[in-house]
Design a protein around this ligand. Structure first.
Ligand SMILES: Nc1ncnc2c1ncn2[C@@H]1O[C@H](COP(=O)(O)OP(=O)(O)OP(=O)(O)O)[C@@H](O)[C@H]1O
Length: 266
């Protein structure tokens, strides 16, 4: 059995009467890739935000590398340590990159924060190389890059701190299909090279199929099914998982049948 890098246990979070996350538990093996899949509103993003520390849980625990993260990190040292354990890549790199700072500058800023006092030029070149970018992109501003290149920059910046876990929240959802495939390939290569664990938050079963070993299916804040991705996608046990699989449009697909199945599920 591979060592566990991330353990989520009994997480709950309510907003007023809404149970956004309702007793969610799962584990991610070190260097593994786990998908969290479900439709809009199923609680995926709230779960991710709690793991990263952007949101607090009402109850439950998040443990990374044997170290429990409770509440919020207090003080600069704790914030930096939390950031080194788990990094997050969001759907829209435009929102997470400062438009006035060059790509090289953004990487330098992160490296200075986490590893002060060192000369980061070699490391910046290495990070850019790891994500398939070079010197030309290093001096570019975010708006001078394509969407795929910008996402490569946010991945490089996340990897700069050598996190144990990378949480990718719909990280390829805004990209064209061919660019999506390139980024997913890149992520696969980086995982093999660096041993970083991935938590893929996505509504897209194609993404789950391509890049994850295991998958957790969420519905209305709860985990309804979990297991190896191949098994869950080939032989789904829960009606909701079957519905998700059937909801992917294909030739001969009948939206009325899906709507009926959805009503039956309640
Ligand atoms: N800050 C908040 N305040 C109030 N309700 C919230 C808040 N964040 C999430 N919710 C509610 O919690 C539920 C789960 O939302 P969440 O964003 O986690 O789902 P999701 O599966 O990630 O969906 P999406 O893919 O649309 O982001 C939803 O009903 C949502 O309206």
């Amino acid at each position: 059995m591979a060592e566990t890098v991330l353990e989520v246990s009994g997480l709950r979070r309510t907003y007023g009467a809404a149970r956004a996350v309702d007793d969610v538990s799962f584990t991610l093996a070190a260097g593994g890739a786990l998908g969290v899949v479900g439709e809009s509103g199923s609680g995926k993003t709230t779960t991710a935000r709690i793991i990263v520390g952007l949101e607090r849980a009402d109850s439950g625990t998040v443990t990374v590398g044997g170290h429990q993260r409770t509440g919020r990190p207090v003080g600069r040292a704790a914030r930096l340590r939390w950031a080194r354990e788990v990094q997050m890549v969001f759907q829209d790199p435009y929102l997470s990159l400062d438009p006035r700072i060059s790509v090289g500058g953004a990487l330098a800023e992160t490296l200075r924060l986490h590893f002060p006092g060192a000369d980061h030029r070699t490391r910046i070149a290495e990070l850019l190389d790891q994500v398939g970018l070079g010197g030309r992109e290093a001096s570019a501003l975010p708006h001078q890059l394509s969407g795929g290149q910008r996402q490569r920059v946010t991945i490089a910046r996340a990897l700069a701190v050598q996190p144990a876990v990378l949480v990718l929240d719909e990280a390829v959802a805004a990209l064209d299909v061919s660019v999506q495939a390139q980024i997913l390939n890149l992520l696969g290569d980086l995982r093999a090279e660096l041993g970083v664990g991935y938590l893929f938050i996505t509504h897209d079963l194609g993404v789950v199929r391509t890049v994850t070993d295991d998958v957790v299916v969420m519905r209305q804040g709860r985990v309804v099914e979990a297991g190896p991705t191949d098994r869950v996608l080939a032989e789904p046990e829960h009606p909701y998982t079957r519905l998700l699989l059937e909801s992917v449009p294909r030739p001969g697909w009948d939206p009325r049948r899906i709507a009926e199945a959805r009503r039956a599920l309640g």
